[in-house]
Design a protein around this ligand. Sequence first.
Ligand code: 5GP
Ligand code: ZN
Length: 138
Amino acid sequence: MDSCIFCKIIKGEIPSYKIYEDDDIFVMLDINPLSKGHTLVFPKQHFENIYDIPEELFAKIMLKSKRLAEKLKEKLNCEGIILQQNSGQKAGQSVFHLHVHLKPVFKDTEIAYEKPLRKKLTETEFEDLQNQLLLKEI
Ligand code: 5GP
Ligand code: ZN
């Protein structure tokens, strides 16, 4: 996609700190990292979000993300890793070429936890939601 910044990076029209690529996937350092080693994993083909990427390609991105997490832990000795994918502007997506974040967390990494924002639901509210969302397959 011509106007997409990540497509331009893949084509080499915009520089990046690439750490891996294969036929399908590109991995680079985030330009504005939360922490040392904040990395983005994304497909070379342009898909906007989690809804439109083919399942097999997303599965490959997740597999590579898992392996990358192991490498980051080994090389950076981080305390933990946050794996995140934002789909939709309201969910925090700012680049509309699907990507997965891997954010290493160290002792001094500050994280704006959503935990204080979590809601308390009544039993009825849980049951209504459960009925609404009940799935026969996934
Ligand atoms: P989102 O907010 O869409 O989940 O994540 C987009 C990420 O892309 C942000 O963390 C942002 O720092 C990063 N980003 C935006 N533009 C560039 C760029 O030109 N190069 C690199 N390496 N990262 C970028
Ligand atoms: Zn793109």
